[in-house]
Design a protein around this ligand. Structure first.
Ligand code: FBP
Ligand code: MG
Ligand code: MG
Length: 334
């Protein structure tokens, strides 16, 4: 019989055999995975669990919260606050940081998450997910919001869990990307693929085409060239996909390549983009780079962007390396 490796075993190997992660980080990641299992259960219940629909509230970004946004946020906080691994957490759904209460032991890590990515897909039974990122708290006595404002290249772990036909957790601790599928009978995540690699070339792009008239010139040029197909400058036909859950679009790219773009556009010119740097772009950028792909904001590597605020937005171009480099060169040419 084929030997199956659970997430726990994989993390123990990373800690013990390869010395890649400290014990505290391993335990933290196990807690995050456990929280994802619970969110997966809630997602699965759907209408039977009273988890669908809106919650009659708005988050700090002015977006209407879904019930599941709030449930997922609470599950992640409750699971993580007492474990002793964390100093504080920050979430897309909370205005400020959440400090681990004094009654619990204080740890040295900071956890950031988008508890439920793809909220618009919850009620229509399309893949959604949880995205997370871990950094070390800088030296100093009390934890503050400032501690979170570190560039993505300081991440020590990043991943996501996609709740689709299967519940799948994808993780990096800086040694490649590993993928685990939830075995509901065993109740554990089982390793299904290690060292995921994204092909450097692709014939598939993902962008919300309804925003075309608002795009900047370099993005328009790139997509025009893709749309021109075999007869155009690229000399090949392209396919398009847009799930509207970043987590599901990025998962597809990790599995078979492609380019994902949510660029700056003219609808809200003062915002650098729609997606959030700390909860969406940074963890996905690191996963993609660890799988041999690239991730930029059109001009620079996303992981080198120095955040100035917790809920900072960023323009995102990520996926197959040669395509991302092409779009980035179009930006830098202008
Ligand atoms: O509806 P649009 O403008 O195409 O935006 C889709 C994008 O918005 C997001 O849903 C934002 O995430 P949230 O659901 O966490 O707010 C991304 O996952 C997705 O890529
Ligand atoms: Mg999101
Ligand atoms: Mg969200």
């Amino acid at each position: 019989m084929q030997k199956r490796i659970s997430l726990t075993q994989y993390l123990i190997e990373q800690q013990r055999v390869d010395g890649l992660i400290p014990g505290q980080l391993r335990l933290l990641l196990e807690v995050v995975a456990r929280a994802c299992k619970r969110i997966s259960q809630a997602v699965n219940k759907g209408a039977l669990g009273d988890v669908l629909g809106s919650a009659d509230s708005e988050n700090v970004q002015g977006e209407v919260q879904k019930k599941l946004d709030i449930i997922a946020n609470e599950v992640l906080i409750e699971a993580n606050e007492w474990g002793g691994h964390l100093a504080a957490m920050a979430s897309e759904e909370m205005e400020g940081i959440y400090q681990v209460p004094n009654r619990y032991p204080q740890g040295e890590y900071l956890l950031m998450f988008d508890p439920l990515d793809g909220s618009s897909n919850i009620d229509v039974n399309v893949s959604i997910g949880t995205i997370f990122s871990v950094m070390r708290k800088p030296e100093g006595p009390a934890v503050s919001e400032q501690d979170f404002l570190q560039a993505g290249n300081r991440q020590v772990a990043a991943g996501y869990c996609v709740y689709g036909p299967q519940t799948t957790l994808v993780l990096t601790v800086g040694d490649g990307v590993a993928m685990f599928t939830l075995d509901r009978e065993l109740g554990s995540f089982v390793l299904v693929q290690d060292r995921i690699t994204i092909p450097a070339d692709t014939k598939e792009f993902a962008i919300n085409m309804s925003n075309m008239r608002h795009w900047d010139e370099p993005v328009r040029r790139y997509i025009d060239e893709c749309l021109a197909g075999k007869e155009g400058p690229r000399g090949k036909d392209f396919n398009m996909r847009w799930i509207a859950s970043m987590v599901a679009d990025v998962h597809r790219i990790l599995m078979r390549g492609g380019i994902f773009m949510y660029p700056w556009d003219k609808r809200e010119p003062n915002k650098p983009g729609k997606l959030r740097l700390m909860y969406e772009a940074n963890p996905m950028a690191w996963l993609v780079e660890q799988a041999g792909g690239a991730a930029t904001n059109g001009r620079q590597r996303i992981l080198d962007v120095q955040p100035t605020q917790l809920h900072e937005r960023v323009s995102v171009i990520l996926g197959s390396k040669n395509e991302v480099e092409r779009v980035t060169s179009y930006h830098n040419a202008g």
